[in-house]
Design a protein around this ligand. Sequence first.
Ligand SMILES: NC(=O)c1ccc[n+]([C@@H]2O[C@H](COP(=O)([O-])OP(=O)(O)OC[C@H]3O[C@@H](n4cnc5c(N)ncnc54)[C@H](OP(=O)(O)O)[C@@H]3O)[C@@H](O)[C@H]2O)c1
Length: 279
Amino acid sequence: MIFVTGAAGQLGTALCSKLADACVGLSRDQLDLSDCAAIAALVESERPKVIINCAAYTAVDLAEDDPASCRQINADAVAALAKSATKVGALLVQISTDYVFGGSTIADGPNHEDSPLEAQGVYAQTKLAGEQHAQTCPDHLVVRTCGIYGHLPQPKNFVETMLRIGVDREELSVVDDQHCNPTSASTIADAVIALIDAKARGVFHVAASPPTTWCQFAREIFKQSDMVTRVVPITTEQFGAKAARPRHSVLDTSKYTRVTGKSLPTIADDLAIYLATRA
Ligand SMILES: NC(=O)c1ccc[n+]([C@@H]2O[C@H](COP(=O)([O-])OP(=O)(O)OC[C@H]3O[C@@H](n4cnc5c(N)ncnc54)[C@H](OP(=O)(O)O)[C@@H]3O)[C@@H](O)[C@H]2O)c1
């Protein structure tokens, strides 16, 4: 049996749909990760073979004002999952983020799994702590990815935000100095399953390529959607978000391809499939 936490989120929904009867999807109602005793009770009584932890406190800017809640879900709950997974001999798959990087520049090339980490801000720091807790489980996979967009009844992601705002505006200002690899939830779900099937262990990067910026990605969204909205490049400082964002969190995915024998899509192809399958 495979447990998928955060089953109502973007990635959890994609994984549950692909794994179908092979998994038990756990949304917050079935397992509240703020309750470590509930985590231990459920995992240790049901004894899943695999736990894929897709649940997280993902409100990056709100986390700056609510570090305790963020740490509880992104770090403390992972420690509890790792402890119980170890007890029952389960594989723990922890989904993590490109935000653990940030110290390098585009000239340094993409970040490898063992590149220096520099988590800035509460969300990134708690996700990094979550990675470290997951690694205490002898059987673990840490999967770092970036800029997830997935189908949900009320999706909240960069693609949907651009489409919603772009309809009414001739021009939009979008950050052009954060280099990243936005990736669909469907692609990430396929890759997580491929890593489990390949019996991979350790840290992996999973993302579409080649790297882009949010500004360039917005232009691609409008181009593929036949929208004429102009996108004006701005800097991170001009946008002025509360939490710090990495300027260069580009993920190198060659280890994933080497271990699974599978390739990952281009950002343009990945987006095209998402747009074509949008409700
Ligand atoms: N979104 C991104 O751009 C991005 C980028 C890189 C990595 N990641 C990582 O990828 C993973 C999946 O992200 P996502 O985009 O699928 O996130 P998401 O859509 O925000 O889903 C996260 C899920 O976690 C659940 N959750 C939050 N607090 C919980 C709690 N106390 N108990 C149980 N469940 C709780 C949420 O439940 P509710 O629906 O009830 O709130 C939500 O369904 C996360 O680990 C995230 O850190 C995300």
